[in-house]
Design a protein around this ligand. Structure first.
Ligand code: AMP
Ligand code: MG
Length: 419
């Protein structure tokens, strides 16, 4: 049989085809405390102002700014303290000329007052205090609505819920949050050479590291998955298990068997189930044979068996697909510029992805390949937080060049750096 001819497409085009799919998971309500990482399925609109009332940002005294006119070091002005309130309390007094209410951070400004003097700015007597500076109208007051007005869209449909969004939802009383369901994923490692993690090694065999790695990547992303039994390179049994996985999951992620080798059956499986192949060759290394197909509003990811290629395929295609299904606005990997700290001489006709360690130090981001970096490399993945993305071309890259980098993990560092 002649080797199938494949048409390689650019990485960006490949990601675009993945996120151009219009199927979405259903909307549902999840408890606020479980909502981290979900995508909002509705705009969240402010039902009241933040702050909700004029309040004091300091511990101090609320007074009338007009009464501070003329205050100076030589002319201290005295105020009588008529009430004392903490956060959560409201004074029933109205502040009159040269009167003040002792007020704590977060408490509502009493009627009549329009400025707050910090405790540190006063010299206190028993039921009075003096000040030596003038205050302006609204000085040291957190004004009602200064952050948010009624009707403002405070969170947008399609926004990923982070801890800050949880704070906003809590502020507006959402015990349940409208989101799209998390897609469910199946993982199927294929390859007759594969052993389970707990198996003894045998000649010619290796342990399945991709399956657990993908599970970790999904878990990190907040997704559960079902891990299927390792599949031998056999068309019939692999077809059966892919079908079974499609019956109960939104996406099926396979690794291995996607190339043009004698025992690579995934292409034939896509054909058999009538899936639409979005692409089966990408202008990238590693992972050029990475395949993404869709069938019945489900994604099928044929990731390469090579661990680095498998990881790259997940970052570039599975992540955007998951976000797309959940209705996220932000679906593309973020790319930053960094200074390459080591020569990388090998030129490549395809875009080259290199597992790397990026260091963000103030204005300068530097990046170094994280060790042995062939497509089969596994250790380098563990020491990386980024992928260098070198454009195709005939030249290599030298230390000092500015390169594009995709950050794959937020990170902490050994040293305090620019702190
Ligand atoms: P394949 O994509 O099936 O052509 O496999 C490419 C390379 O990745 C081969 O060297 C395989 O032995 C290796 N490989 C395939 N699947 C896995 C896996 N699940 N874990 C680790 N290595 C794998
Ligand atoms: Mg194989």
């Amino acid at each position: 049989m002649p080797v199938e001819k494949r048409n390689p497409i650019a990485v960006k085009e490949a990601i675009k085809r993945v996120v151009a799919q219009e199927f979405r998971t259903e909307t549902q309500q999840v408890p606020l405390n479980d909502s981290l990482g979900y995508i909002l399925s509705e705009d969240i609109v402010a039902t009241y102002e933040i702050p909700r009332f004029n309040k004091s940002p300091y511990d101090g005294f609320a007074l009338r700014s007009e009464d501070t006119k003329g205050a100076s070091g030589d002319n201290r002005i005295e105020f009588e303290v008529i009430d004392h309130i903490g956060a959560g309390s409201v004074s029933d007094k109205t502040v009159g000329p040269n009167q003040a209410v002792r007020i704590m951070t977060g408490a509502e400004i009493p009627a009549g007052a329009d400025a707050v003097v910090m405790l540190e700015q006063t010299r206190e007597g028993e039921h009075s205090f003096t000040i030596r500076k003038t205050f302006e109208h609204n000085e040291n007051i957190s004004l009602k609505g200064e952050e948010t007005e009624v009707g403002d869209v405070v969170l947008k449909e399609g926004q990923r819920i982070n801890a800050g969004a949880i704070a906003v939802l809590a502020t507006f009383g959402y015990t349940e949050v409208p989101v799209r369901r998390l897609p469910s994923a199946a993982i199927i490692a294929t390859g007759s050479e594969l052993l389970d993690v707990g198996d003894e090694l045998e000649p010619g065999k290796i342990r399945n590291s991709n399956g657990p790695m993908i599970q970790g990547l999904l878990n990190q992303f907040g997704l559960d998955c079902e891990v299927y039994k390792i599949q031998e390179d056999d068309f019939d049994s692999s077809l059966a298990v892919v079908k079974e996985a499609l019956a109960s999951h939104d996406m099926v992620i396979t690794t291995g068997g996607v190339s043009v080798g004698d025992f690579d059956y995934l292409p034939a499986i896509y054909k058999e189930i009538g899936a639409e192949v979005l692409f089966n060759k990408v202008q990238m290394r590693p992972g050029s044979v990475t395949t993404v197909a869709v069938a019945n509003n489900q994604y099928l990811f044929g990731l390469s068996g090579n661990p680095s290629a498998c990881y790259t395929g997940f970052e570039l295609f599975v992540k955007p697909a998951v976000l797309n299904m959940m209705g996220a606005i932000e679906r593309f990997p973020q790319v930053v510029k960094a200074t390459l700290m080591e020569d990388f001489k090998k030129a490549n006709p395809f875009t080259r992805f290199i597992r790397a360690k990026a260091t963000l130090n103030g204005l300068q981001t530097t990046v170094v390949p994280s060790g042995f970096n062939k497509s089969g490399a596994v250790v380098a993945i563990a020491h990386s937080n980024a992928m260098i993305m070198l454009p195709s071309g005939t030249r290599g890259f030298e230390k000092g060049y500015t390169v594009d980098v995709i950050l794959t993990e937020t990170d902490t560092f050994e040293e305090e750096l620019a702190l």
